[in-house]
Design a binder for this molecule. Sequence first.
Ligand SMILES: C[S@@+](CC[C@H](N)C(=O)[O-])C[C@H]1O[C@@H](n2cnc3c(N)ncnc32)[C@H](O)[C@@H]1O
Ligand code: SF4
Length: 359
Amino acid sequence: MKRYLYHDLIIAGNWCNLKCSYCTSVEDANAFGSNTSASHRRRGATIALADVLDMVDGLRRYVDAPVIKVSGGELFLLANAVELIAELSSRYAHVQVLTNGTEVTPEIVSRLAQLGNVGFNLSLDGHTPEMNAMRWRSHHIGARVTAAFAAMVKECEVLEITSVISDANAPAFPSFLEFLQNKERPIIVVPIPVRGPRADALFSPAVRAGFADLLRGIHRVFADVLCPPAYHSALADFLDVEHGRRRQRCHLANAAIQLFDTGAVTPCPVGWTAEIGNMKKDGPEGVAAQVGVHKMYDLLTRERPRVPVCRNCFSQADIVNLYIEGAIDIAEIARMPLFRAPAAQARLVELKAAARHAA
Ligand SMILES: C[S@@+](CC[C@H](N)C(=O)[O-])C[C@H]1O[C@@H](n2cnc3c(N)ncnc32)[C@H](O)[C@@H]1O
Ligand code: SF4
C-alpha cells in the first residue's frame, strides 16, 4: 500500500461554463479521455456516481491518502455534485472542493458545511470585476460569484481562495487582502502565478518584478489572510531571482495522485503530464503497479524537474514542498484547510521523513 497525502479527483474536466484567459485545463482534459462520467454537457447533467466511486475505492485499496481534492471543469454544473461530495466526505478525513463559484448557491454551501469535513477552495482573483478580468466576462457572473463568496464566508470554518496572479490583479493584490481582513470567518489566500503557455504574455516581466517586491513585505501587514510566509518569499524568488523558470525540486508526485473520471491516472495533479495507467482499462491493480515507479516519477522529482510543464510551475503545492524541505513547520501548514485534519498532519510528517531517508 502506497501512502500519499491526497488524491485529486477530476470530474468532467473538459466541461466548464467560463473561459478564463489563462486556463488550459479544459482543453488539456481531453488528453485524458473525453468519455467522462457526465451524462451529457447541458444543464441537468449528472455524474455516474457508482462508476466514479468504484474507481475512487479501487484507488484507495492501493494508494492510501487522508485527504481528497475534487474539481472539474466546473463541478457544480453537475446536478448531483453535492451527493458525490457527501460520499467522499465519508471516505476521507477532509474533502476540498475547487470551484469557480458561479453555480454555488447558499443552499449548497449550507449542505456541504454541515458535513463537517468539507471545505471550499474558491477561485477568485480579487474583489473587483477589474481584478477578475481574466475570469469574469459579465456583471452577472461577477454577482453570482460574489454571492457564493458571501455564503462561504458565513458558513465555512475556513475559506481558502486561490488567486491566479497576472497583469490584471497583481498591482491591486494588497487591496484585495485588506478587503478580506476581519471577515466573519477565517480566510486564507494562496496567490499563484499564471503557468502554462500564456504565462509570459499574461504576467509580464515588469509586473512580475513589482509583484515580487510586494510579496517580500506582504506578511508584515496581511499574515492573517495569507498562507505561510516562506511560501511568499519562495514565490518572490521564483518571479525575480529565477525569472519564472523553476529550479527547485518538486516532491508532489510522491505526495499526491490524480484520478480523472475517464479512468486516467496521472502522477502530478498540477501540471497534467502523462497517463501512467487507466482504472477502466488496467484495473486498480494494473494502475497501482505503476504508481511511484513509472519513469515520470523520476523526471518529475529530479533536483531540476525535467518535464516541460514544470518549467514555469509554482503553485499551492509548493506549500507541501516547502514543508518537506523544512522551510515551513507543521504548525504553520496546519492553518491551511487541506492540512487541518490530524491524519493529514501525520501523513505530512511521514512523507517528510521518507524524503529525508531517500536523499
Ligand atoms: C482548472 S480550475 C478547475 C476548478 C474551477 N473551474 C475553478 O476555476 O476553480 C482549478 C484552478 O486552477 C487555476 N488555474 C487555471 N489555469 C491556470 C493557469 N494557467 N495558471 C495557474 N492557475 C490556473 C484556476 O484559477 C483554479 O483555481
Ligand atoms: S473556471 Fe476554472 S476550469 Fe473554467 S475556465 Fe476558469 S480556471 Fe478553467
